[in-house]
Design a protein around this ligand. Structure first.
Ligand SMILES: Cc1cc2nc3c(=O)[nH]c(=O)nc-3n(C[C@H](O)[C@H](O)[C@H](O)COP(=O)(O)OP(=O)(O)OC[C@H]3O[C@@H](n4cnc5c(N)ncnc54)[C@H](O)[C@@H]3O)c2cc1C
Length: 484
């Protein structure tokens, strides 16, 4: 039986990128997916600037640009139905200053075709059921609908998404933590400009809504939330979506018609026990690498493919496929992406406690108002939310002090906005202070209402912060990225 150098399970963004990178170095790669051609997964179509950056390095950005149904320069933030902030993607980061809307099915087709053009072999309609290491090879057992087949490789890359069979095969439990749930649908005839809109509303918080509107007036509309066993949701996500559509989107969708079903997706937002094992490594959603704050995971999947391909290349050269030999993958991920992922995870952990709803929304309102008054700060705030600005910069005193508005006019605007008349700075200062005290007090009362869960939660947040600090201090200083 042929023993491939690498089998990649899953031809989504991450798997196809890994297969392309390996195959073009002359490595024998078999790319397997349960569907062929790639099916339209329950996902949205936003490709963040980071994704465009990584696609350029992969060599298929032109094909993706040709399919784009919208080129978006920023993101609009709404709170309780009120427009709060238009944040532009910054033009001084290493990423482009725009995002794209591309149909996910077409995007996956382009990625898979790129892998095949790079030299990977593709086996579609092949559902992997189990993966097992046997001596120096990894055996992959799959189902083609007609028969059961076995493939063998020296290394298997698990890129099979949130319900990864490969991840479970190496002992991970995929339901043992916070899960990001989303429901979405599609509308045609939406009468507003192409763009990305994000909605927070106290009626359905901690869920939040989004709308991606393309240039053909088709919109992907959805809500997402982080579900933690400590804080079981009081409402179903479907009713949050209905509330979102009936309130925030009532006017925008008045003349639009729904053209897609309501469909849901899931993404684990906790680190699996292991990202590597002997002969196996996990990338993208299979390794839970999507951003816990904004749920974007296309770019993290492609980025991790670069690190995985680099580690595989070295392991194949050395003829050593042990976990220790694949540790370079984890080192690259830890050095380049882990700090932002961890920061994002801490933000999500703070916001998921329903007791802190008023405090979180109060802070969001102030950040949004200040960002609208000072576009540079607005770019920073929305850049952190989208991940274009390093999320860990929120924890850097220097980055924060650079971002905070220096113009007194911006602060005066914030104070005025807080006054009832929207005119008086003095009245606004008093109301801002009163609002801060009231929302902090409500936060305290919210935590006290559920002392057991709150204590658990506080310990969780502190542990995450301590783990993060510890990793930062002990992280290798420089591990060059293999992106070029
Ligand atoms: C509702 C929703 C909306 C989202 N919207 C966005 C967005 O707009 N922008 C963004 O950046 N991110 C978004 N995300 C996150 C993003 O979709 C994922 O993080 C990203 O797709 C991860 O890529 P991946 O290659 O790791 O996995 P996937 O894209 O999930 O690909 C996994 C592949 O593996 C295949 N597969 C699975 N199991 C098997 C098996 N047993 N055998 C063989 N093949 C298998 C699947 O068919 C699939 O092709 C969204 C997520 C959800 C749930």
């Amino acid at each position: 039986m042929t023993v491939h150098d690498v089998i990649v399970v899953g031809a989504g963004a991450g798997g196809s990128a890994a297969a392309s990178l390996l195959a073009r170095q002359g490595i024998d790669v078999l790319l397997i997916d349960q569907s062929a051609p790639p099916r339209d997964t329950v996902r949205s179509d936003g490709l963040m600037p980071q994704g465009i950056y990584w696609l350029e390095r992969l060599g298929c950005v032109r094909e993706v640009l040709a399919e784009a149904k919208g080129c978006i320069k920023g993101c609009d933030l709404y709170l309780d139905g009120r427009h709060l902030l238009t944040g532009r993607f910054p033009d001084d980061s290493r990423y482009p200053d725009f995002a794209l809307l591309v149909l996910r099915r077409r995007f996956n087709e382009i990625m898979q075709a790129h892998a095949v053009a790079s030299g990977a072999r593709f086996a579609g309609r092949t559902t992997v059921r189990a993966v097992a290491r046997d001596g120096e090879v990894v055996r992959v057992f799959a189902d083609t609908g007609r028969k059961t087949v076995e493939h063998r490789a020296r290394i298997v890359i698990g890129a099979d998404g949130a319900s990864s069979v490969v991840s479970r095969s190496i002992g991970n439990n995929l339901k043992d933590g916070v899960l990001g749930l989303s429901v979405r649908t599609t509308y045609a005839g939406v009468k507003c400009d192409a763009g990305i809109r994000v909605y927070f509303n106290r009626d359905y918080f901690p869920s939040y809504g989004w709308m991606f509107i393309d240039e053909h007036q088709t919109a992907c509309v959805g809500v997402g939330c982080a579900v933690d066993p400590k804080f079981p949701p009081t409402d179903k996500l479907g009713s949050a979506l209905r509330q979102f559509i009936d309130s925030d989107l009532k006017v925008t969708l008045a003349d639009a018609r729904r053209i897609g079903p309501f469909s849901g997706g899931i993404a684990p937002h906790f680190r699996p026990e292991a990202m590597t094992a002997d002969g196996v490594l996990l990338i993208g959603d299979a390794a839970c690498q999507a951003d816990p704050l904004n749920r974007g995971g296309i770019h993290t999947a492609i980025e991790s493919a670069f690190y995985a391909a680099d580690a595989c290349h070295l392991a194949l050269d050395a003829g050593d496929f042990s976990r220790a030999a694949l540790a370079r993958y984890e080192a690259l991920w830890s050095a380049h992406s882990e700090p932002d992922w961890r920061t994002s995870e801490i933000f999500m952990s703070l916001a998921k406690n329903p007791g802190l709803k008023e405090l979180v929304l109060f802070l969001l309102e102030q950040v949004g108002t200040l960002g609208e008054a000072d576009p540079r700060f607005g770019g920073f705030a929305s850049g952190v939310f989208s991940g274009v600005v390093s999320q860990s910069s929120w924890l850097s005193v220097r980055a924060l002090s650079e971002a905070v508005p220096k113009d007194p006019a911006a602060w005066a605007a914030l104070l005025r906005e807080n006054s009832r008349s929207k005119k008086s700075v003095a009245a606004g200062s008093v109301r801002l202070l009163a609002g801060a005290i009231a929302s902090a007090a409500r936060g305290g009362a919210g935590l006290a209402r559920r002392p057991g869960a709150s204590l658990d939660w506080a310990l969780e947040v502190l542990t995450k912060a301590a783990t993060f600090a510890d990793r930062r201090l002990s992280a290798p200083r420089a591990v060059a990225s293999p992106e070029n």
